[in-house]
Design a protein around this ligand. Structure first.
Ligand code: 13P
Length: 315
């Protein structure tokens, strides 16, 4: 059942986290929906502009809608991840998304507000929610001076005005994570002091954590044992930090890198251990299963298992 992204946030705020998983192929869509049906967990399925270019937006949305019929007990929202103005407007116009992200975080504060506000107006006219971003999501370097580090993060002093002016429905915050497999170069982690300040300024307002992949060490080892060359410094967000962040108002945890790592591990092992095989259905099936298993574990971690019914009732 397709539900509003806002209803998901209303239900989960402060209690559990919702996995927002990037998809670009059929195997992932099967794995994700199958896991959600088994766990009775709500989720957000999201597509980036790159994925939309790769698969074609119509293909992705059609596969998602087919999956909703194949797994009828699922409760989910469909989200555009990292849209610019054009992508966001196209997605709003398509009527297929329950929420869109407008990423104008690279713009100066006032321009970010103006762009975000224009998207919010178009989206709200169609009952679609908007995720905005404030702060620059990037890696944290050991040698940056403290002031330099803080500049990259979401500035708590700006969040209230930003949300008030734009009327966005959720806010992606830069609190130390980055996209990809190399998030931290040292022992850094999430900046909970900043997150706490943001929550104090925006009590009850849903926050979004981009760069939420765990980058499991065992996956890295298995990839490298099968010919991969990922760096030993590959590192993601530890599970305990994700859980702690949920307590500070983080509702949506974005996951894409972990998905890529599972794909890489499954396929590298397939080619290494069964070199005489050449049937894509064999690794495709293993990938679906491995992905489903990963998602089931994620639902357990985020404490979203069993929460789908509650959202069905309020939607
Ligand atoms: P990861 O690279 O940690 O998976 O983050 C994905 C993301 O934030 C997509 O918007």
């Amino acid at each position: 059942m397709l539900v509003s992204t806002k209803d998901i946030f209303r239900a989960c705020y402060g209690k559990y986290g919702v996995a927002a998983v990037n998809v670009w192929d059929m195997e992932q869509i099967h794995g994700l929906f199958s896991a959600a049906q088994k766990a009775s967990a709500p989720f957000i399925i999201q597509t980036t502009p790159v994925a939309r270019n790769y698969a074609n937006p119509f293909m992705l949305i059609s596969m998602i809608s087919a999956a909703a019929s194949i797994y009828p007990d699922t409760v989910f929202a469909i989200h555009l991840d990292h849209g610019n103005k054009e992508h966001a407007l196209q997605s709003i116009e398509s009527g297929a998304y329950t929420s869109v992200m407008i990423d104008a975080s690279h713009e100066p504060f006032r321009e970010n507000i103006a762009v975000t506000k224009s998207i919010v107006q178009a989206a709200h006219a169609k009952n679609i929610a908007v995720e905005a971003e404030l702060g620059v999501l990037s890696g944290v370097e050991d040698d940056l001076v403290i002031e330099g580090k803080r500049e990259k993060y979401t500035q708590p002093a700006e969040v209230e005005e930003f949300v008030k002016q734009t009327a966005c429905d959720s806010l992606a915050v830069a609190v130390g994570t980055s996209h990809g497999a190399y998030k931290f170069s040292g022992s850094q982690g999430l900046q909970f002091d900043i997150l706490e300040e943001i929550q104090e300024k925006l009590p009850g307002f849903p926050l979004v954590l981009h760069g939420g992949s765990e980058v499991n060490k065992e996956e890295i080892q298995r990839i490298n044992a099968s010919g991969g060359q990922l760096g030993v410094d590959a590192k993601g967000v530890p599970n305990d930090e994700i859980l702690k962040a949920i307590g500070y108002g983080v509702c949506k945890i974005n996951i894409a890198t972990d998905v890529r790592l599972i794909w890489t591990r499954v396929h590298r092992e397939f080619f290494k251990y069964t070199p005489a095989q050449f049937d894509p259905i064999v690794p495709g099936k293993s990938y679906m299963e491995a992905f489903e298993e990963f998602i089931l574990e994620k639902f357990e971690l985020l404490k979203s298992s069993g929460k789908a019914k509650q959202i069905k009732h309020i939607s």
